[in-house]
Write a new protein. Structure first.
Length: 509
């Protein structure tokens, strides 16, 4: 085999994305809340950006009219080239000495009109209206632990157990593992490890401390499985004078049968009538299977829709952006003028040009985002028009490629435009991506999306005879009567997606 090196010339075409295109794609993909955060970050780093209450109909020309060419070539979009910003501060210092104190306060808001002084700061108002973050489950239990009369020898063991609970409030770690953790800590700190006898004693201490932990609120905390969790709660109710004999028996011996909905079998084995068993299960259902989640629960995420869809006169569909009346970004007139002024220091002018160029790119990317999302949404609801009147059952199959062709963009652009975006409709707020799916044809030859098929299945289950619920084969036959022909295995798949239990668990006695 002969190895040698040689030089060759080869011509090829490559596609490289400019920084401006990359920024536009990033902005397009951002949901509303993330876009607002991005804008705030840019305003902190770019002094020429400012917020305006309404978009300018005729935005000022920010192109510097100088004898030097304003280079709009592809340069880094980031205003800061390094973390220190030493050169930028030196430029600003020189500009302050030349132009006065107004330039020194350039980061401050522009002077307001006298009528504006009564307005409150939006950020301060938002912070004041934000609820305080709830403490963790561990902090909540530790606060209680201070007041529990526990032998001093068990204090540390109890705290270790509290810190080992999972968010549901369960102790998933064995007491032996906790004792071994203490032993490992002693070894790491340079202390001799525990002997076998000391380990046994440590496990016994953990077991004793656990009893005290299980007296804390919320009731049921510190359990090692569901049965123990429910029994702890039933014991508290029993101590309060309630009759929990039957519920205790059901939890102790028949949890599996209850899960499988075998109520007649339970009644027969206990010699009780079916109504008693149902009442006992109803009592158990009021207990908390995950007591830890009662503390420090995370609030539901805030959803800000990007698009609003309403129905006008003559059933006309009106699609608008939800941020129509929100403030717009603009370029500060003072800095824009300074960038065009021939008398402005060269270094200061270069600094301003760079920031203005970055601001222009951001404003353009946001405007392009609004335009793309609006056009995509308009085309979507031309197809999904009936959804606005009849809900999910009226959804039609809609590939992204179809919308991309109508809007005149690449399919990847449509995917970014709908990613993480929500739309507010007369039927509620939904992810914009939900309106894109495959589907099938019904017996009448009409297109139906898979979401519409799922919704029809849910409707059939909700209206079935609960004393004789439909199995998967019967659900398939019921769908066929509505013109939807799908296999039993597909029915089982969609039933699982919709969290619909099998027929034996849906049966009511």
């Amino acid at each position: 085999m002969r190895l040698d090196t040689s030089q060759q010339l080869r011509m090829s075409q490559e596609m490289k994305l400019s920084p401006r295109i990359i920024q536009a794609m990033e902005i397009l993909q951002l949901p509303m809340l993330n876009l607002q955060e991005r804008i705030e970050t840019e305003m902190e780093s770019n002094p020429v950006l400012e917020m305006r209450e309404t978009p300018d109909e005729n935005p000022p020309d920010t192109t510097p009219e100088t004898d030097e060419t304003f280079d709009r070539g592809e340069t880094d979009m980031v205003v800061r080239d390094d973390d220190s910003n030493t050169e930028d501060f030196q430029r600003l210092d020189s500009m302050t000495s030349e132009y006065g104190s107004d330039f020194a306060n350039s980061d401050a808001p522009m002077p307001r009109k006298s009528s504006d002084y009564g307005e409150t700061d939006r950020k301060m108002e938002a912070m004041a209206n934000t609820p305080a973050q709830q403490g963790s489950l561990s902090d909540y239990l530790r606060d209680q632990w201070r007041f529990v009369e526990v032998p001093e020898s068990l204090q540390a063991a109890g705290l270790l157990i509290i810190d080992s609970l999972d968010p549901d409030g369960y102790l998933r770690v064995s007491l032996e593992q906790l004792a071994e953790k203490v032993n490992q800590y002693l070894q790491d700190s340079g202390t001799a490890g525990m002997t076998a006898q000391e380990k046994d004693s440590s496990v016994a201490a953990m077991r004793e401390a656990l009893k005290y932990v299980q007296t804390l609120e919320p009731t049921g905390i510190g359990a090692r499985d569901l049965k123990e969790c429910l029994l702890i709660q039933l014991q508290v109710k029993s101590d309060a004078g309630e009759d929990v004999g039957l519920p205790r028996t059901l939890v102790t011996n028949f949890l599996r049968e209850i899960e499988m909905n075998r109520l007649p079998d339970i009644a027969k084995r206990l010699g009780r009538n079916l109504d008693d068993i149902k009442q006992g299960i109803k009592y158990i259902s009021k207990l908390s299977p995950r007591p830890g989640l009662l503390i420090g629960q995370q609030s539901a995420p805030i959803i800000n829709p990007d698009v609003m869809v309403t129905i006008g006169e003559n059933d006309e569909v009106i699609v608008t952006m939800a941020d129509k009346n929100s403030p717009r970004l603009g370029i500060n007139d003072y800095y824009s003028t300074a960038a065009r002024d021939r008398n402005t220091d060269k270094n200061a002018k270069q600094f301003l040009r760079k920031n203005i160029r970055s601001a222009e790119w951001l404003i353009s990317a946001i405007a392009q985002r609004r335009h793309t999302i609006l056009r995509v949404s308009e085309e979507v609801f031309k197809v999904q028009h009936n959804f606005l009147f009849h809900g999910k059952e009226a959804l039609k199959p809609l590939p992204m490629a179809d919308i991309a062709g109508k809007v005149g963009v690449h399919i990847a652009t449509v995917s970014r435009a709908v990613s993480g975006k929500y739309v507010q409709t007369p039927q509620g707020i939904f992810p914009l991506r939900m309106f894109f799916s495959g589907g099938t044809k019904n017996a009448a030859g009409e297109d139906m999306s898979w979401d519409a098929v799922k919704e029809k299945m849910r409707e059939i289950v909700n209206n079935e005879d609960k004393a004789a619920p439909l199995n998967d084969d019967q659900l398939s036959e019921a769908l066929a009567k509505h013109g939807i022909d799908i296999a039993r295995r597909t029915v089982a798949k969609y039933r699982g997606i919709l969290d619909i239990p099998p027929a034996r668990k849906r049966k009511e006695y």
